[in-house]
Design a protein around this ligand. Sequence first.
Ligand code: AMP
Ligand code: GLY
Length: 428
Amino acid sequence: MRILVVGSGGREHALIWKLSKSEIVDKLYAAPGNAGIAGLCKCIDIAVDDLEGLAGFAESNNIDLTVVGPEFPLTLGIVDLFESRGLRIFGPNKAASEIEGSKAFAKEFMKKYHIPTAGFKIFNNYDDAVKFVSENDVPLAIKADGLAGGKGSIICINSEESLQALNNLMIKRVFGTAGSRVVIEDILDGEEITVMAFTDGETIVPMVSAQDHKRIYDGGLGPNTGGMGAFAPTKVANDRMMKAIVEQVLEPAIEGLRQENRMFKGILYAGLMITEIGPKVIEFNCRFGDPETQAVLPLLKNDLAEIFVSILDGELDLEDISWKDESAVCVILASEGYPEKPITGRVIDGVKEARKDNVHIFHSGTVRDSQGRLITSGGRVLGITATHRELHKAINRAYTAIEKISFDGMQYRKDIGHIVSGVKSSFF
Ligand code: AMP
Ligand code: GLY
């Protein structure tokens, strides 16, 4: 089987690493890929939003299956385009991807299907939104409706901050048209986790739970990032909690999407707050999470290509999928200046030495220069994943390997995996 993976991040490197172990995969391609992915397969210089270019490549290279990493091409309708040309592709179509593409749609959908989430209001009009936040001088989450690269949600502690956020989103349009409509939500309190699930639109198979570390600095301080590290599985998502997540969140979401004629095939990502009274949805994504996938996939025992095929054939089976009885930790190494203004073009040393420590080194923003040296080319640069039966040993293993890697201005959190459950829950 010949597989094309669309994307260029650590998530896609982890997907390609796992697919490269498949018994049914003969050849792998990535578009556009990165320097790490280039060590495993051929990288094709086609951008993730060049849907025609990608479909043309799949046709002329007899690609049997295309796997889409990021949300942007999914929300643009890459799956619809490929299917209209008779090409097999893994991911939800445009209508189903709206669960991530529009926060307003997602919130209305959750309300309609009684999926637990924070109370909210939707505003298309700036003056109405200003009136609402002026009258509600309380902490609020203010979110751009459309895609904003994970940066469109602003937590505001009072009406002054809320007014500032509204001005940035709706007047200054810092995220363009994504901010022409906003969702204003109540603040949820608890522990935040991620549960991703494989689904063929009917059967749902949750993966092991994971926890992302979104803030740039240790202790959850500083600005939000795309994610500075993750570990899996989490303690808070014990069997009882996972059952509640499946019954209260994943099943009604997949069933509801089917009823709305938006049958969802692919990976449904639930970003959850585990509150005193149980799980509440912060957001749904229509794809694998990053960096969560870099921690979760090394724990999967199955052949990933076989799972993708079973989903496309509508034959996904819970009993078939199993996980290692281990923990995984992924620590992200980021560039100086990330997340505001990453400085790139720095030489990366020590990757070969670090690999000897029995860790996975997944690349995000890396390229090779004309001399073959590895160079930083993005905000997030490398993800170092270690696994072990004991979480603290996986943590030690990852950080021991990291000591061997260096580039000017390299920054990373020292507390990945150390989050202690802060939920005083009557649920347990
Ligand atoms: P989102 O883009 O909706 O995933 O939000 C980004 C981040 O903001 C989440 O990962 C949470 O850490 C935080 N967040 C979003 N909505 C809320 C909420 N209603 N209550 C508390 N934290 C939130
Ligand atoms: N780790 C957050 C995301 O993938 O959206």
